[in-house]
Design a protein around this ligand. Sequence first.
Ligand SMILES: Cc1c2[nH]c(c1CCC(=O)O)Cc1[nH]c(c(CCC(=O)O)c1C)Cc1[nH]c(c(CCC(=O)O)c1C)Cc1[nH]c(c(C)c1CCC(=O)O)C2
Length: 342
Amino acid sequence: MQTRKLVRVLEGESVFPPPVWLMRQAGRYLPEYRATREKAGGFLDLCYNPDLATEVTLQPIRRFGFDAAILFSDILVIPDALDRGLHFVQGEGPKLTPIRPDEIAHLDPSRGETHLAPVIATVGRLRQELPDETALIGFCGAPWTVATYMIAGHGTPDQAPARLFAYRHPAEMETLLFMLAEMSADYLIRQLQAGADCVQIFDSWAGVLDEASFEAYAVRPVARMVEKVRTAVPGAKIIGFAKGAGTLLNTYRQKTAIDAVGLDWSVPVSQAKELQKAGAVQGNLDPLRLIAGGKALEDGVDRILENLGDGPLIFNLGHGITPEAPIAHVEALLNRIRTAKA
Ligand SMILES: Cc1c2[nH]c(c1CCC(=O)O)Cc1[nH]c(c(CCC(=O)O)c1C)Cc1[nH]c(c(CCC(=O)O)c1C)Cc1[nH]c(c(C)c1CCC(=O)O)C2
């Protein structure tokens, strides 16, 4: 029998209390992360160092006993493999060389093979070192979200540069997204073959797309990835997180054929229940409730458990944990979930 609760939920089983992990659970809110990060030098050095990346992945598992570990890496290792000049500026986030339409046909996806080898080595190490009951989640960015950073060259509030690029150069945009889809699918296949139990595709910027663009740029490339991954790894379990997709999540789930749909905190329980009829959902506590703690945290947790706890649920935040989150509040969150009555 499958002992990893998260995998059982991905297979459609309802498990109570639900398995729980937090997006960005390895990170700056943990003193042990900050210490290892210091040792590594730059953030990317940490991502490509299997010893240290294994260490920071395990830190939140040791401290909190989450039901799943998520590989420590970043969605931007794909543009880094493509030699797009990625670097992280302290306090400002990622910077890349903005890509021009005429450069897209010359990108070389075969660079992923050697460039990403250290990340794959980390996955293998993790599977050996994790407790047997802890699931291992691999991940990558969705083509659209990765492309938004490649086009703007930095984070923006609404990804206007990438949206404009898509309207002005639709053919080049398609070429870019489908190249990223093929390359990212190969990357996920390698993670699964190295020992990941499942993978999550992060489409953090899906919510800025209009309906037609959502179909073309968020749904179709991810559907292609899911198809390619499952051809290479039959039965591969995949979580799709299309942040801000709102009412489009129903068609997203159907057309991409993902096993679980990640929910940001704006998704109402009525819609989440509807989505749950077709399979697992993951989410969706507002990360700010975790910062606030107390009644705000308890009410948020209880509402999710009461409404979604009798179906296939993976408890998570509606987006990544922030550096300000107090460790005592993470402990309170876990305690609230694990002592809840069905
Ligand atoms: C858009 C995006 C990125 N990276 C990621 C996304 C999608 C999810 C989301 O929307 O949050 C995904 C990601 N980034 C990181 C992980 C690791 C695994 C985990 O614990 O969840 C994952 C899954 C580590 C990280 N990735 C980054 C950090 C902080 C770097 C540091 O230690 O200084 C971590 C722990 C850096 C990063 N990486 C990225 C940005 C915009 C930043 C800067 C913002 C920030 O500083 O928080 C790109």
